[in-house]
Design a protein around this ligand. Structure first.
Ligand code: HEM
Length: 329
């Protein structure tokens, strides 16, 4: 049902985008107003959620540890898997953000001859990392529309990405790997019963929205080319706050933009916010220094304690009478 609703939502969005693309009257809305509205929604939503997470109290040390913590000098420690200082945390976060370290540890369980048997499960890690790195490369390549003159590293990145020179125009490797990653992530949700069971509208919708952006981008590059100079003039107009409605661009460019703007506005409302949330994850970003430092919950309600001394003072006679040892006579 969730999948069906998200497919319908994407179809409605596509029809709306088509309507906007075909009607010249809406060009002003799409190229002059919506870019700013979508970007403002993205920025405001992103900042709001990060501030809200940042303001949540985390009174205890709750890092997940999977290596020996720092203790006595002669015991070998694992500073990355169980960081006790700032550099360890930075290293751990870098591994997590750039290499998806914890996903690499993913395990799978199967019941074999009545017993649970655990094994490594790397497919999600592999396609996940393929998807995210490809997405980043594509976004970085798109900066050529927003920077004049185009920075040399963007040229190098594009050249490397199109290294195999397959087809005209060249098929970018990142486009193929992004498609592969996205297809895996989508099929995993649809085919694996356990994952399908926990999948919500937001999961399918985000994936399908990204699929919309990619497929229209690919169509635009390989089948319905547009005037890239007009696109660049438009993009430079956006960042200098003087956008001009382009006249010679293909309808697919407008559809591409509709999907991109929806993705921007949808981003902070959805689980895609894990891009910002990862930095605020206390199980990853805290040092494990509990052996060195006592952490007391500052929000603890005052508790009336009854120490052993007080207890013994209260019951000393009775304790002695029944033959129990006492500390003070
Ligand atoms: C989330 C943001 C975006 C994503 C993920 C995305 C994705 C893609 C992809 C996968 C392609 C296929 C070719 C390639 O990889 O270069 C593409 C092409 C294209 N995109 Fe985007 N896009 C995004 C934003 C934009 C924006 C904001 C613009 C407007 C400046 C734009 C304009 C274009 C154009 C003109 C092409 C055709 C390029 C060519 O013919 O070489 N895209 N896009």
């Amino acid at each position: 049902m969730n999948l069906l609703i998200s497919i319908v939502a994407i179809l409605i969005l596509t029809l709306l985008a088509l309507g906007i693309a075909l009607s010249q009257n809406m060009a002003y809305l799409l190229t002059v107003i919506l870019p700013y509205v979508a970007f403002a929604a993205f920025l405001a939503g992103f900042v709001y959620r990060v501030i809200k997470w940042g303001a949540s109290p985390v009174p205890f040390r709750i890092p997940t540890t999977c290596g020996q913590g720092k203790s006595l000098p002669w015991i070998q420690t694992n500073p990355l898997e169980n960081p006790s200082g700032c550099w360890g945390v930075i290293g751990r976060m870098a591994q997590e953000i750039f290499l998806f370290r914890s996903l690499f540890r993913n395990t799978d369980v199967a019941i074999i001859e009545g017993r649970p048997v655990y094994g490594s499960a790397k497919w999600l890690w592999f396609f996940g990392i393929l998807f995210h790195w490809s997405f980043l490369i594509i976004v970085l390549r798109h900066l050529r529309f927003f920077i004049e003159p185009i920075a040399s590293w963007i040229g190098v990145l594009s050249a490397l990405d199109g290294f195999f020179e397959i087809g005209i125009p060249t098929l970018y490797l990142s486009d193929a790997t992004l498609l592969a990653g996205l297809t895996f992530l989508f099929l995993r949700r649809v085919v694996v019963p356990q994952v399908r069971y926990i999948s919500l509208f937001t999961d399918y919708f985000s994936l399908l929205l990204i699929a919309g952006v990619i497929s229209t981008g690919l169509l635009l590059r390989h089948f319905f080319p547009t005037d890239l100079n007009a696109v660049k003039t438009l993009a430079l107009g956006w960042i200098t706050f003087s956008p001009v409605i382009p006249h010679k661009v293909s309808a697919f460019f407008y559809i591409h933009l509709c999907f991109v703007f929806t993705l921007l506005a949808w981003f902070p409302l959805s689980k895609l916010m894990h891009a910002g949330g990862i930095f605020l994850s206390p199980t990853r970003n805290m040092t494990n220094n509990s052996r060195r430092q006592r952490h007391i919950n500052p929000w603890n309600a005052p508790v009336k304690v009854h120490t052993y001394e007080e207890y013994e003072d209260e019951f000393r006679d009775k304790m002695k009478a029944s033959g129990l040892p006492v500390e003070k006579e």
